[in-house]
Design a protein around this ligand. Structure first.
Ligand SMILES: Nc1nc2c(ncn2[C@@H]2O[C@H](COP(=O)(O)OP(=O)(O)O)[C@@H](O)[C@H]2O)c(=O)[nH]1
Ligand code: SF4
Ligand SMILES: [Mg+2]
Length: 422
């Protein structure tokens, strides 16, 4: 699949050092091209701070990041929307830090705040639960811990305000004083350990041997970004180099010449939009797959995506298909999701459907009964937890879900070939 062609840090628009709020209408990240940066959100560990109002979340976030990211106030409920900041933080590396409004708010507005806080869990890789040491742990915190456990999100319980008298920490909790800047380094170290422990699945290196030659097909057309490769392509190249394999990168227009020149090829990996053309050029004995299929495998959603793609054969006329993109930039992203994919689907099935579209962080909560199939983009701009939570939601609600690349492979009639990997 041609993952869409933007690679900006979509959080880059934060106006430091003050507070930046995420637009309320869509719940998506500020989408600005300023400070374009390589290394998208997928690679960044999303660390979110949760807790009741006034526990000291914002104070702790400011200490943790050594920045005045969030407003600290003794007026409960000052932080009204999640505040996100993307940054490099020693010893943690690239992270997104998220400060949430409290989870104990009251009234309609309060409920919205709670909703937004809970929504953050979907994108959280590591949760920090901040407890006001002078108040102690309560049912709100227990409920949050229940959510973390359910979603298998690693979490750290931190008791704040240890400068106050009589503050005791429950077993296993860390203690900090945001006020006195105590315990912050220990907290960072603990987060760093969790980051290191997070299982790293191989992207492609387990499919090839040292010295294997792998041809990567990267079409360069008007929708390709100028002067660079997109993230999944970079990641595949990096992984192959790490393995000691030999990546050879070509455009689709030079693929046949390359195959004649390079000798024995272990595998061809292409942009899935070029599947039709590339599959005709690559001899059937050479394994063929795509960047987005490798990404789906990497994210642990391959089987579900294959099942979802097979659903294309069973949809009835008028069925509802949700096409969902991970970021809000349809124009730069060309028209894959909104135009090409619906056309291919109509052509392939000979039927017409009721298409719905979402983008950015808006992903419907209720899927059952509303959609018969969900087709998601490669989600290169979304964190791993966000992606897996979307697929999990679909699975839980019994709605088939697939991604662009796998759906295209299916419609080109080469699905079994491109998921064989060998
Ligand atoms: N004594 C003490 N007060 C703190 C500490 N951390 C935060 N506070 C105070 O608690 C209040 C709420 O802090 P804030 O960071 O806005 O909490 P939030 O609502 O969880 O984001 C403010 O008055 C802070 O000054 C701490 O470590 N010790
Ligand atoms: S997140 Fe999705 S829509 Fe956005 S650039 Fe990546 S693949 Fe395209
Ligand atoms: Mg706050």
């Amino acid at each position: 699949m041609r993952l869409c062609r933007i690679n900006v840090s979509i959080l880059a628009g934060l106006k430091g050092p003050g507070v930046t709020r995420v637009p309320k209408s869509t719940g998506s990240y500020p989408n600005t091209r300023k400070r374009a940066r390589q290394g998208d959100l997928m690679e960044r560990t999303h660390i979110a701070f949760f807790g009741r109002r006034n526990a000291g979340k914002s104070s702790l976030v400011n200490r943790f990041t050594s920045q005045e990211l969030s407003i600290v106030s003794d007026v409960a409920g000052t932080t009204t929307d999640p505040v996100r900041k993307t940054m490099e933080l020693l010893p943690l590396g690239p992270v997104v830090i998220i400060d949430t409004p409290g989870i104990d708010d009251e009234g309609t507005l309060g409920n919205q705040r709670i909703e937004r806080s809970l929504r953050v869990i979907d994108e959280t890789d590591i949760a920090v639960l901040v407890i006001d040491g002078s108040v102690g742990i309560g049912s709100d915190e227990k409920q949050l811990i229940g959510e973390f456990k359910k979603r298998k999100i690693p979490y750290i319980v931190v008791v704040n305000k240890t400068d106050l008298e009589g503050v005791k920490a429950p077993e296993g909790a860390m203690t900090v004083s945001a006020l006195r800047n105590e315990g912050i380094e220990e907290l960072k170290e603990k987060v760093a350990v969790i980051i290191r422990e997070r299982k790293t699945r191989p992207l492609v290196s387990d499919l090839v041997e040292e010295g294997d030659l792998v041809v990567l097909v990267v079409p360069i057309d008007k929708s390709a970004p100028k002067n660079r490769l997109i993230l999944p392509q970079q990641m595949v190249i990096r992984d192959l180099l790490g393995k000691g394999a030999i990546p050879v990168v070509v455009k689709d227009t030079e693929l046949d010449i390359a195959l004649q020149k390079v000798g024995k090829v272990r595998m061809v990996i292409t942009d899935s939009q070029a599947f039709g053309k590339v599959s005709k050029i690559v001899p059937s004995e050479i394994p063929l797959t795509s960047f987005s299929i490798l990404m789906a495998r990497f994210k642990g959603i391959l089987d579900q995506s294959i099942e979802g793609a097979n659903m294309l054969d069973r949809l009835e006329n008028g069925a509802k298909i949700l096409i969902s993109e991970g970021c809000t930039h349809h124009r730069q992203c060309e028209d894959i999701g909104t135009v090409k994919l619906p056309n291919w689907i109509r052509e392939y099935t000979g039927k017409d459907f009721d298409f719905a579209f979402t983008s950015g962080l808006e992903f419907p909560k209720e899927l059952a009964g509303k959609y018969d199939l969900i087709i998601h983009c490669g989600a290169c701009m979304l964190g791993e937890t966000e992606v897996s939570s979307r697929y999990r939601k679909a699975k839980e609600q019994g709605v088939p879900m697939t991604n662009y690349g796998i759906a295209i492979g299916k419609m080109k009639g080469i699905l079994s070939r491109v998921i064989a990997f060998g």
